[in-house]
Write a protein that binds this ligand. Sequence first.
Ligand code: SF4
Length: 208
Amino acid sequence: MSDDENAFGISITLLLPAGRLPLDMMQAAHNLAEQYGFGIYLSLTQNMRLINVPESAVSHVKETLAALGANFKGPGKFPLPRICVGKPHCNLGLVDTEELSRKILERFGGREKTKAKFKISLAACPIGCAGTKLTDISVMASRAGYNVYVGGKGGPIPQIAMRIKAKVTEEEVLDTIETLVDFHDLKTKSKKRMVKLLKEPDFPFAAV
Ligand code: SF4
């Protein structure tokens, strides 16, 4: 079972592309939480985590939500981009981040080798509300085009990402992500972060 278990019960995480929670899934999660007395946590990666689910309820909870199209966190799932709300919901937004996230998942979502801890973030303007520059791959829109950064991370020793593309098109963003994900998949057997690969002699990009 891929669900996390601790002394209080089991956690089940529903992956929510672009942080969108369908109303029927929200309603079902609410009803199940009332029925079984568990909690709901909206995670920092924009997913929905059901916490302290009684073991006896896990099958029913998962079956009920799966019937509504829920996709559960687990090995072999390409990480969902974390996004800012973007255009048209923020008045500074230059691009529709939900749409860009959808294109990324359409192109890479079927991959099973990419580590679940690998993080991609998308921001619709240079303010970077999605925690851009602190993730393995960061994409930030600007008035002149997209900037792409690589090698950021948070944690106890944060690292600001290095810019490798400036003022590029959306197609170039997708191609750059493909090159980086291929490189990471090839070089990484464990959860190694992208920052550890920047000094590899064949790393495919330089700072710009
Ligand atoms: S990054 Fe820019 S567009 Fe996105 S939410 Fe923040 S201010 Fe708005």
